[in-house]
Design a protein around this ligand. Structure first.
Ligand code: 5GP
Length: 179
């Protein structure tokens, strides 16, 4: 007999209902805070596409949606802090109120880099909305203005988040356990 093949088991952390309830709350908060402003939602690809789609529909304001493609070079599941822009915004953001929408803030390096980049383009403001935050792994301090959930140091998947490009379509957030 050869070695037993390694299998992956997914344990749910936040159900689709848990996420939907929190996204509604974040949307209501953002709606209050940005009333009368020029809001641009910037979805950081790829991981944020599901969250941004739900969040945008939970915000009851006129807004614009744009996309920023980033790739973080690193070993496996570790962020290196070297952020490559794979797709830039389609329009200038000068004088607009930018809300960067991130799936997860882990080391903070990606979001810190993106904040610096966007601020060079003279927006009226730049804030961050992240679904998840892993403060245990922070390497730089980033202030998350709107936060879904604070989590322990787990590698999470689903609701847009991948593991080697799989699991983005899971409707809930889970943790992969190797057995
Ligand atoms: P940071 O630069 O804050 O370390 O990492 C940000 C990016 O790393 C996230 O946008 C996400 O793409 C990826 N990332 C960090 N932690 C996780 C995780 O637990 N699961 C998944 N799927 N991606 C993660």
């Amino acid at each position: 007999m050869g070695p037993r093949p390694m299998t992956e088991r997914i344990v749910s952390l936040y159900s689709a209902e848990d996420i939907a309830a929190r996204v509604r709350e974040l949307g209501a908060e953002i709606t209050r805070d940005y009333a009368g402003r020029n809001l641009v939602i910037v979805c950081v690809l790829k991981g944020s596409f599901v969250f941004a789609a739900d969040l945008a529909r939970a915000i009851d304001l006129p807004l614009r949606v744009d996309f920023l493609g980033v790739r973080s070079y690193g070993e496996g599941t570790e962020s290196s802090g070297v952020v490559q822009i794979t797709q830039d915004l389609s329009r200038p953001i000068e004088h607009e109120d930018v809300l960067l929408v991130e799936d997860i803030v882990d080391t903070g390096l990606t979001i810190a880099h993106l904040m610096d980049l966007l601020r060079t383009r003279s927006p009226a403001s730049v804030k961050v909305c992240a679904l998840l935050h892993k403060p245990a792994r922070a390497r730089v301090h980033v202030h998350v203005d709107y936060l879904g959930f604070t989590i322990e140091d787990h590698f999470v998947i689903g609701y847009g988040l991948d593991f080697a490009e799989r699991y983005r379509n899971l409707p809930y957030i889970g943790v992969v356990e190797r057995t």
